[in-house]
Design a protein around this ligand. Structure first.
Ligand code: ATP
Length: 234
């Protein structure tokens, strides 16, 4: 699966992440936690190929993907639901899903779309709505659905629950459970520490672009120094 080896990335001369090492186990959910500006989004965007790698290695199934164009990484099975969701707001829900599936033969569309709609039945009721008219929760489902249309093996989701109502967050987390049951590997960035610790198998905590803690979510929950110092839990 995915392995980050001493990965550094950033913007021009500015380095947002320095020497991050992380191994994602197949079929598990890894939670990436940390305060605003810690480098979580930059990490995801670097893996996706949208933020420049400055040092170290990115391995996917053992292959070095660090210099591979973003579209090639999608073909390899890496998808992202980015911060801010970046939907095509003037297109319908259905057309956003079509855009997600565009790298695959048209004959795959129906099956992949049906899979997304069974995961998020709410979207089935909104297929002809413009994405810009959806609620925040529906937009989040669509962003994840659009990423799933690429048939990924790794899905990275940035700020899953930010600004969403608890009921909608529940629906999104149920979907994550299902995806993991199907064997999907998930890299999850969250502000919501408690939710993350409740679903994640593994956890990595970033501070100022560096990893300050890595381990199982169970160990993270039981480490009082960690929960108090970095995770805002007491
Ligand atoms: P947040 O939850 O606020 O998004 P984060 O942990 O995801 O925080 P990043 O967004 O990765 O953190 O930001 C890491 C650092 O990179 C910050 O110092 C931020 O100001 C900087 N940064 C982020 N995006 C850019 C950009 N497009 N150009 C320059 N610097 C950036």
């Amino acid at each position: 699966m995915l392995e980050l080896k001493q990965m550094s990335c950033g913007y021009g001369a500015f380095s947002a992440v320095h020497g991050l090492s992380l191994v994602l186990r197949p079929g598990t959910i890894t939670g990436l936690l940390g305060a605003n500006g810690a480098g979580k989004s930059s990490t995801l965007m670097c893996v996706a190929g949208h933020v420049g790698l400055q040092g170290g290695q990115l391995l996917f199934d053992g292959q070095d993907i660090g210099r591979m164009p973003a579209t090639e990484r999608v073909r390899k099975g890496i998808a992202i639901s980015p911060e801010g969701r970046r939907l095509f707001k003037d297109l319908t829900v259905e057309d956003n899903l079509r855009v997600g599936g565009v790298i695959h033969p048209a004959s795959w569309y129906q099956q992949d779309r049906d899979r997304v709609l069974s995961l998020f039945p709410r979207l089935a009721e909104r297929l002809t709505s413009l994405a810009g008219n959806l609620s925040g929760g529906e937009q989040q489902m669509l962003a994840i659905g659009r990423a799933l249309m690429t048939r990924p093996r790794l899905i990275m989701i940035d700020e899953l629950s930010l600004g969403l109502m608890p009921k909608v967050i529940d629906l999104c987390y149920q979907a994550l459970h299902k995806l993991r049951d199907e064997g999907m590997t998930v890299l999850l960035v969250e502000q919501n520490t408690e939710r993350t610790l409740s679903i994640a198998d593994d956890v990595c905590v970033l501070e100022s672009g560096q990893s300050v803690w890595r381990g199982s979510a169970a160990d993270a929950r039981n480490d009082p120094s960690l929960t108090a110092a970095y995770l805002g839990l007491h």
